[in-house]
Design a protein around this ligand. Structure first.
Ligand code: MIG
Length: 801
């Protein structure tokens, strides 16, 4: 990429030798003879930030991605030097910086092994046309190195050998390898010699990553402007890399309401009101659980945001209430384009307050979207975000809408080259005025953020729910997301699986796909298989473009309806398990889905696996991804796992055949796990939970499981009103001990547990609860081996004969 003028072709420029070194607490600055400054910030023992300027002056240090809540602090920091290097040592890392040219190599502080080293390192080209630099970094790939992450890229898990671009793009009917698509998450994890590290390139300009594609053993990344500004995050555990990246860019600000983890039904579009009601009634009639119903763009008056079509929805408040009485939360779409119409108050206000984006020379940024010609709020202006947030007052507070769906926020513009704003559009960027080249990738994020602020304000004391299509790193703090306009094909089922896993390892776990495919129509078999995958995605919604036929659970005949019901029911049974996983994610940044490589990086068999994944901590799932299959081969990770359907115990570290007729799919539970379950409900809150089922999977050895619960909505949990049960399972040949440690002030509605044993190799002879012997018969449930007992125990001791 050459952007210099032909008049003065300079090509790649490089830093020269260091002439000055300064240390200011944890910020180390190295200045070269040709005026480059490298600033290394030691954020944590395992996180170093590298920032370069070629002008001797750094830009204002501002990032939409990095959260102010990120952890900081380190145990050890020492800077020494030898003839050729400055050497930064923390308790986790050693980083050498060459005095000759600023090139760095990073080593594990414990065993001194090489983790990551610069090839050319930082270099740049001057960009005459745009001003500033094209900033570049290249690193030597280590032997056997693999790469993962990068958000929503629709490719196999391991990114090695490929090149990618980051430029948020509306991508109707994208396919495998389409690049770029909707999201920009410039973060990857790398793995070699069983050790993992991550790189987060926090630069919002159009950027590129090349993983040994252009040159076999070189990994590089570059951007069309801004600073070379990246964070190096050391593991060596990949899970820790992801957790630390998520800590840096933020965890969800709040838990989702439990209903948001239920099943959602969507289509473009359900209208008029009678059609919406027909759909929701059918769910109840057929007893297929569902918590949310969506209204796509046709609910509005001429696609004007914050209006309702009087013809199709004469009394939205009444309708939303009636839906709510039946357990349905109403979620509506809101796009960024505001119709140019002097009789439309939102438009007039935006114009009067000067909130719309403008071109470099002053005219408004005018673009065609659904409403026709539109102007677009500059969501990178904090004042505009506040205004936008307040626009939700009526929708949420008055009408009772429970969630908002932000679409087209790449931003998408119709009938223009590039499908988005031209580069010269100006943005506030929170006081760091810039062009669209810099703001493009965060525009959708800032829209979702403003929407979240509105929802948060007006849903209070309930929790907000937002879903966005476009995203940049950090967007996970505000909103859930879906993978955009996919297609009803088997390969897209695979892509959905990959994208969900990839988003989870990119810090963004609240993700799902349009189940069944958005464009075109699935047959019943594909739909059923996709539902099976979808119930394991944190966000679980059927959506379709609607012009290829119906896509509701009952649209494909009774056999399919029954399969779909069975799996959505399973989702509802597993809600406490999923909620616990979500809590771990929101608290600690632990991804809800774990690709096998993330689960067990030491096992080289996992490095190229795509289909299997761990849901939460204990469940292994693998979709069936082709037609007419009665099962499939899959890799079982090391350890021992119970077949969820048959309780058959299998040993991992090998590929096996697993039966899975259309009404089944491969699901396994880790031995020693305790899986919490709720009864099937048609929607969250339909029933008062009278009992918590605990499925206990026997093992010889120890295993820890957790169950997190709270009031399912509201903010009391932040004040300590939650219930966290920690179960320590200890299994011996003829004995089980389960110790329960409970924390938090929330009192669950149920008083008892029903415990089901799986794989129990002995007959129960005697039971002790907190050292008191209780005859088995007293606790025995319906003559089987299940127990019904108080939730209050500290130690449950099962003795076999
Ligand atoms: O130009 O609102 O991805 O989910 O149904 C299409 C209509 C606009 C694209 C979204 C899709 C939504 C559709 N939208």
């Amino acid at each position: 990429m050459i952007l210099n003028t032909e008049l003065e072709y300079k090509g790649n420029l490089f830093p020269t030798q260091i002439v000055k070194y300064e240390k200011n607490l944890n910020v180390l600055s190295f200045t070269t003879k040709n005026g480059v400054i490298l600033q290394v910030t030691v954020r944590r023992d395992s996180i170093l930030r590298f920032r370069f300027t070629t002008t001797g002056i750094f830009e204002n240090d501002f990032s939409y991605a990095i959260t102010k809540y990120a952890s900081r602090g380190y145990n050890h920091l020492e800077v020494t030097e030898d003839d050729n290097h400055y050497i930064i040592t923390t308790s986790k890392l050693i980083c050498n910086i060459s005095k000759q040219d600023l090139r760095t190599s990073i080593y594990d502080a414990v065993d001194k092994s090489l983790i990551c080293e610069d090839e050319l390192g930082f270099h740049w080209e001057e960009s005459y046309e745009f001003g500033g630099d094209v900033v570049k970094m290249s690193k030597t790939a280590q032997p056997g190195e693999s790469y993962y992450g990068l958000g929503d890229k629709p490719v196999d898990n391991n990114l090695k050998g490929k090149r990618f671009e980051n430029w948020v793009t509306d991508s109707y009917a994208y396919g495998r390898d389409t690049d770029p698509i909707y999201k920009t998450i410039p973060f990857y994890t790398a793995l070699h010699n069983k050790k993992s590290y991550g790189v987060f390139f926090d630069n919002t300009f159009r950027s590129y990553f090349d993983f040994c594609h252009e040159r076999r053993n070189i990994t590089s990344f570059w951007a069309h402007g801004g600073e070379m500004n990246y964070y190096f995050i050391y593991g060596p555990d990949m899970g820790d890399v992801v957790v630390n990246y998520t800590d840096l860019t933020g965890k969800p600000h709040a838990m989702p309401a439990l209903w948001a983890l239920g099943y959602h039904q969507c289509k473009w579009s359900y209208y008029p009101e009678s059609n919406v009601k027909e759909i929701t009634s059918k769910f109840r009639e057929l007893q297929i659980p569902c918590d949310a119903i969506y209204l796509d763009i046709d609910y509005m008056e001429g696609f004007r945001c914050f209006t309702w079509s009087e013809q199709h929805f004469p009394d939205p408040k009444r309708m939303v209430k009636e839906l709510a009485d039946d357990g349905f939360k109403t979620i509506v779409i809101i796009d960024p384009g505001i119709k140019i119409d002097m009789d439309y108050s939102v438009f007039r206000e935006g114009l009067e307050k000067d909130y719309f984006c403008k071109r470099a020379d002053g005219p408004y940024m005018k673009g065609k979207v659904w409403p026709g010609e539109c102007y677009f709020p500059d969501f990178t202006n904090p004042e505009v975000r506040e205004w936008w947030a307040d626009l939700f007052k009526e929708l949420v507070e008055e009408i009772g809408v429970k969630g908002v769906w932000n679409d087209m926020n790449e931003p998408a513009v119709m009938d223009v080259p590039g499908k988005t704003f031209p580069n010269d559009v100006r943005h506030d960027y929170d006081g760091n005025q810039c062009s669209h080249r810099k703001a493009h990738n965060v525009y959708g994020m800032q829209m979702a953020r403003a929407t979240y602020q509105g929802l948060k304000k007006f849903s209070y004391p309930k929790r907000p729910f937002v879903i966005t299509r476009a995203a940049y790193s950090g967007t996970q703090r505000y909103t859930s997301s879906w993978t955009g306009d996919n297609v009803a094909t088997w390969d897209h089922l695979n892509i959905a699986n990959l994208q969900a896993q990839r988003m989870c390892m990119s810090g963004f776990s609240f993700i799902g796909s349009d189940i069944g495919g958005f464009a075109e129509q699935p047959n019943g078999e594909l739909y059923a298989r996709w539902i099976q995958l979808g119930i394991f995605h944190p966000f679980c919604r059927t959506h379709s473009s609607g012009d290829h036929g119906d896509q509701e659970p009952w649209a494909f005949g009774d056999t399919i309806t029954n399969v779909v019901r069975k799996f959505i029911e399973l989702r509802y049974q597993l809600l406490p398990y999923l909620y616990t996983a979500f809590w771990r994610y929101a608290e600690e940044g632990v991804p809800i889905l774990k690709s096998l490589v993330l689960y067990d990086q030491k096992d080289p068999q996992t490095h190229y696996r795509n289909d299997e994944f761990i849901f939460g901590e204990k469940i292994l799932a693998c979709p069936v991804t082709g037609p007419n299959q009665k099962g499939r081969r899959m890799y079982i990770p090391i350890g021992r796992w119970y077949n969820f359907w048959t309780d058959e115990l299998v040993s991992g570290g090998q590929e096996i055949w697993v039966d899975a007729d259309l009404d089944s799919m491969p699901i396994f539970v880790k031995e020693g796990a305790i899986i919490p379950k709720y009864p099937i409900q048609q929607y969250v809150g339909e029933k008062t939970i009278e009992e918590l089922t605990l499925d206990v999977y026997y093992k010889v050895g120890n295993e820890i499981s957790e169950v997190y619960e709270d009031a399912t909505d509201g903010y009391d949990y932040i004040k300590g009103r939650y219930s966290l049960r920690n179960f320590k399972f200890q299994g011996k040949e003829k004995e089980i001990i389960i110790q329960q440690h409970k924390s938090g002030k929330y009192i669950t509605t149920y008083k008892t547990f029903r415990i089901h044993f799986h794989g129990l190799p002995f007959k129960i002879k005697e039971i002790e609860i907190d050292n008191v012997i209780i005859p088995f018969e007293e606790l025995r449930f319906k003559g089987g081996t299940s127990l019904k007992l108080t939730k209050e125990f500290t130690e449950l001791h099962i003795i076999g004969e």
